[in-house]
Design a protein around this ligand. Sequence first.
Ligand code: ZN
Length: 123
Amino acid sequence: MPIYEYESVDSENTCEKCASRFEVIQALGEAPLTVCPECGGRIRKVISWCRAAVVETSPEHAKVEQQIREYEKQGMWSHAAELADTHSEKIKDRDLKMRALDDYEKAGYKAETLEKHISKDDE
Ligand SMILES: [Zn+2]
């Protein structure tokens, strides 16, 4: 499931959560949030990471992708997750980060812990 980033629209009406940008994991196709889940203040979705087209075609990226796929095929989830995680940080690829999360979960890590880890990294 992808992570969406939100920010407050009404700076007068914020809580600790929405005073700065925050992230929400939502299912694909789920309607975007319009109000803060904490305080009900108005929020909007932010697109913060743009995937550069050059990244998609870089030979290094293709190689890493292939390696991740290979790990996944063999059920080496923690290997796949770590590689996807590291690489996603490097190229700022949110989709790959989500894939890392998926793989971490399959490897038996708790999604909740990872979520905290991610928002801490983004600060
Ligand atoms: Zn709020």
